[in-house]
Design a protein around this ligand. Structure first.
Ligand SMILES: [Zn+2]
Length: 382
């Protein structure tokens, strides 16, 4: 287990029991529009802007409709943590009203609970190695260890992750390895949202906060039915990434998946449990995907049902030999923007973390860890 996974697992375990006691149901949000004057006074206008990025202050505005009471809670939360964490807030969470809102909303707008969890997250984010610079050491050491990867965006601009049990190199996971991979994916998914905002490809109001997970259950075996994994990942998301998981689509779920989920969801809040839906056909969630992603998912699902699994699907992190073939790394537009256009020089190595001085939300979004390794090696297509 790596140091970074130990850190997250320890923190997740430490708060796991408390997490389940906290009502996570979202409260209704009112109609009072947030003014920007006080936020501008608090936000550090342009402070994080780097060449080629949008006005960073614009990215720090809360883009959701809030009641007066909710606005006051956000400011109270910010002010209560500034004296302790102002200089240690390495990823500028306290300048980001959407971040503050997520902690409050994720904890039922309970100020004390939200403050406790946000303080934990601020401490978590300043520890080294910082979550913003984590990779997944399991995937790096064993390519394809995890197959969950971002493959595109849904119609609302939410990052979409895809995983298939049939593609994973390892069928038995621990909570620690899953936590490590989830942190990597989530950190980079958030950056991909910001990247699209800066390029004007995504609406700022309402701002996209969450992501979607397409979990293809084809090939799922008993070894994958360890409730500990789901509980640890849920604790991680609840503790440090509240309100990030928007929807999980369980595709081709059989008896094993349904049985495992029945055992797991008793540990989850009703709001979290309700975010998983079963589908036997992706068309049942057709409104979530644009045509490009829908076509990609259908092809990926079909190819992953073939037996034996083709080599190109097995090494899903590699560029396919045939330029016109289906690319398991993601949709054409995702691959073009988030893989092909990522220069090798701009990808920091795990050892040096060349972006260490850059706040998390302004770092470059990266694809699956093994795709990054392939790019860094400059290896030819498989
Ligand atoms: Zn991994």
């Amino acid at each position: 287990m790596s140091d970074q996974a130990v850190t997250a697992e320890t923190e997740s375990n430490a708060v796991a029991s408390a997490t389940e006691e906290v009502p996570r149901a979202a409260s209704g949000e009112g109609s009072t529009r947030v003014t920007t004057s006080s936020r501008r006074a608090n936000a550090t206008n342009g402070r994080y802007a780097s060449p080629g990025t949008a006005d960073s202050d614009q990215l720090l505005r809360c883009s959701h409709e809030l009641t007066t009471e909710q606005r006051e809670l956000i400011e109270r939360l910010r002010c209560s943590l500034k004296p302790e964490f102002g200089d240690r807030d390495v990823d500028k969470y306290l300048d980001d009203e959407d971040m503050l809102r997520r902690y409050l909303k994720g904890h039922g707008w309970n100020f004390d609970t939200a403050r406790r969890y946000l303080a934990k997250s601020l401490a978590f984010r300043e520890k080294k190695p910082r979550p913003a610079s984590w990779t997944c050491s399991y995937c790096v050491d064993n390519p394809g260890y995890h197959c969950m990867r971002q493959v595109g965006f849904d119609v609302r601009g939410r990052p979409v992750f895809y995983s298939s049990f049939i593609q994973a190199a390892v069928t038995s996971n621990s909570g620690a390895d899953s936590v490590e991979h989830f942190v990597y994916l989530t950190e980079n998914a958030v950056r991909s949202i910001r990247h699209r905002e800066q390029k004007g490809q995504s609406s700022l109001s309402p701002r996209v906060d969450d992501w979607v997970w397409i979990m293809d259950c084809t090939g799922m075996g008993w070894a994958a039915c360890n409730p500990k994994i789901a509980i640890q990942v849920n604790s991680l998301l609840g503790d440090h990434y509240p309100e990030r998981l928007g929807l999980t689509v369980a595709l081709n779920a059989g008896f094993l998946m349904r049985s495992a989920w029945a055992a797991i969801k008793v540990f989850l809040s009703p709001a979290t449990a309700a975010k998983l839906v079963y589908v036997s056909d992706l068309a049942e969630q057709r409104e979530v995907f644009d045509q490009e992603l829908f076509d990609w998912l259908q092809t990926e699902e079909r190819l992953n049902k073939e037996s034996p699994l083709s080599e190109s699907q097995r090494v899903f992190w590699c560029k396919p030999k045939n330029a016109t073939a289906h690319d398991p790394r993601g949709t054409h537009s995702y691959v073009h923007e988030f893989i092909d256009q990522v220069s090798l020089a701009a990808v920091p190595s795990e050892e040096t973390d060349g972006d260490a001085h850059i706040p998390s939300h302004l770092r470059r979004p990266l694809p699956h860890p093994n795709t990054v390794v392939e790019k860094r090696r400059g290896s030819s297509p498989v």
